[in-house]
Design a protein around this ligand. Structure first.
Ligand code: FE
Length: 204
């Protein structure tokens, strides 16, 4: 495991301020067009986010063939079906939770993440403690997220890279028989597609 324990877990004193300063400098030097920057931020905040992944998962719950195909090659299928395209050209595959196996995703090296379907990674995903501990003791880390995985269920931890990224298909909750895709989407959270939580229980 590429962990030397030297990585700092402390954020810069005021990250927002530093980003702003850096942005001003880049714009000032003519290296970045502020309109392009705004468009990029807007795109990832409002257009590309977990709502894309939720649609993919809901479709997979409803369509067995679609589900089988995204477990082999998610990137090209979702481009064809929904027009979802990655900025970095990374390859995404879907991994399915079952009654026997629970999947969870990490990037132990840095913060590789399936932007196309989940948008920007949450801060904890990029933190050194998550990256180290989810590999060493996934069951405890999941419990800290409020996700208790039964002892007889296997936990698979998938390490993302810049070439290969993962989308978790959570188990479809009971009590959703006959639900439409739009209804199912409301149960699928970002965290359930990283694998640190389950899909929402329709009864709660
Ligand atoms: Fe990474």
């Amino acid at each position: 495991m590429p962990h030397d324990g030297n990585e700092s877990t402390k954020p810069p004193s005021d990250p927002a301020l530093r980003v702003k300063a850096l942005e001003s400098l880049l714009v000032e030097k003519g290296l970045v067009d502020p309109e392009t920057l705004d468009l990029l931020v807007d795109t990832y905040e409002h257009k590309i986010g977990p709502q894309n992944g939720a649609r993919v998962v809901a479709r997979a719950w409803l369509d067995q063939d679609f589900k089988s195909s995204i477990k082999i090659d998610c990137s090209s299928i979702i481009k064809q079906v929904f027009g979802f395209e990655g900025r970095q050209g990374e390859h995404i595959i879907a991994v399915e939770n079952t009654s026997k196996t629970h999947n969870v995703v990490v990037c132990t090296l840095c913060s590789c993440y399936p932007w196309t379907v989940l948008g920007l990674p949450p801060v904890w995903y990029k933190s050194a403690p998550y990256r180290a501990r989810i590999v060493e003791d996934p069951r405890s880390v999941l419990a800290e997220f409020g996700t208790d995985i039964p002892l007889d269920k296997n936990i698979l931890v998938w390490d993302s890279t810049s070439e290969l990224r993962y989308l978790v298909i959570p188990e479809r909750p009971r009590g959703t028989e006959g639900w439409s895709e739009e209804q199912l989407i409301t149960l699928i959270t970002r965290n359930s597609m990283i694998g640190v939580e389950l899909a929402k229980d329709p009864a709660s």
